[in-house]
Design a binder for this molecule. Sequence first.
Ligand code: TXA
Ligand code: MG
Length: 334
Amino acid sequence: MGEAASIPDEPLPRATQRLGSDPDSVRRAAGILAGGGLVAFPTETVYGLGADGRDAAAVAALYAAKGRPRFNPLIAHLPTLDAARGEAVFGPDALALAEAFWPGPLTLVLPAPPGCSVCDLARAGLASVAIRVPSHPLARAILEAAATPVVAPSANRSGRVSPTEAGHVLADLDGRIDAVLDGGTTRVGVESTIVGCLGGDPVLLRPGGVPREALERVLGRPLAADSPDGVVPIAPGRLASHYAPKAAVRLNATDIRPGEAALLFGGALPGAGNAEAALDLSPARSLAEAAANLFGYLRRLDAGGAAVIAVAPIPEAGLGEAINDRLRRAAADR
Ligand code: TXA
Ligand code: MG
């Protein structure tokens, strides 16, 4: 695929309004979305950049604002399972997962019915559609007021670390979007878990805020693995290098070398005294706390200008699977 076909042009500048979490801000956000504009808002996982999913011109502007390749489809956000049923086909597994985990940090990739109103551009021309019902009260208020599927990728420039505060959104997108609603720091801190239910066993497409173990308990069987590289690119957004800080990232560090910044978990490592800067994701070794701090701490250490961020080992169980997935992408060759 040629560069020109996949990378959108630089967008025209936009004045970015700072809005709050009051009813008037919600009304204004819904009005901007209805007019084809771009609004960033908090969800319980990370901040999303919203556009009306039925409006192809708004969706094109969203891809341009993020610098996102157009072959990477978007998640449509809806206020309730009932509203979602009009936009996707729910088989028994999908329904069981939706009933157990919505509203919450789970996205389902489902067959798109003929009446699906999420435009082709937002679905990257696929026969499926990704749907999420978030639990954050401000996100839910905006979705109720907008009364349309709101497509919302994470509100960062493509390839960068996802935003967990309104200030992170502005650092990446000020002047490129119409508004950001400030709802404070997001609770979960890593993006939603994505499960494909397209026939056969449900497939884990992206680990995230709902741990695998919880999904498998509801399904009563293991999730299938995502297809190996190059067979079927079901989750085209799962590019190897992603969440990229400017610094190089050294994983599973058992010591800290002179000049490195340290991202710790559960206390100091040998040589921690050498660190230019050090932040502990969770001194008490809580994976939920570590997930909530992950992206903000990566941004803070990166802003310090160290050439290398050394990251302590993090257990792979529960939310650790999503944390380690994001860290591996942050460390991948660019
Ligand atoms: O927590 C989240 O999921 C956040 C908040 C804002 O909701 N959103 C988010 O969106 O992380 P984004 O665009 O950064 O990641 C969406 C992922 C991409 O990897 C994309 O490829 C995948 O969802 N996706 C979307 N539609 C798909 C489809 N039809 N089939 C497979 N993967 C799909
Ligand atoms: Mg993203």
